[in-house]
Design a protein around this ligand. Structure first.
Ligand code: HEC
Length: 104
């Protein structure tokens, strides 16, 4: 019985990990954006003000083709100083999905 439970938990964990690696999660991306980007960018239609000069995410979504310019590259390029953050691959994918969802 114990072994069976452990096996079920392991399978569950494996499924969860593989599904989170497959599909980018825009909701998770939104949480990252609110924490790390909202100080400067308008990250959602509910946010009213951002820093002058920082384009709203709705505009970035329309302007940037993230397939040819991955977000991680954009952020490691000439982007204004950002709080020290580590953007993992899953985070970058989630954040990209979220930015794209803001396209109007
Ligand atoms: C300290 C303020 C600040 C923070 C925090 C910040 N940005 Fe920016 N960002 C800017 C400004 C200002 C610009 C416009 C100037 C520029 O393009 O260099 C910009 C430009 C961008 C661009 C367009 C770059 C290009 O080459 O066109 C992207 C994409 C972007 N930011 C994404 C993000 C994401 C995602 C986050 C959160 C992880 C973030 N930014 C956090 C200020 C900020």
């Amino acid at each position: 019985m114990r072994l069976r439970e452990a096996t079920i938990i392991l399978i569950g964990a494996a499924l969860w990990t593989s599904s989170s690696a497959r599909a980018a999660d825009a909701d998770a991306g939104r949480r990252i954006a609110e924490r790390w980007c909202a100080a400067c960018h308008v990250v959602s239609s509910e946010q009213t003000t951002g820093m002058e000069g920082a384009p709203p995410f709705s505009e970035l979504a329309a302007r940037i083709d993230f397939r040819s310019r991955p977000l991680a590259d954009v952020l490691s390029g000439p982007h204004p100083v950002m709080p020290n953050m580590q953007l993992g691959r899953t985070d970058a994918a989630d954040l990209t999905a979220y930015i794209q969802s803001q396209r109007r």
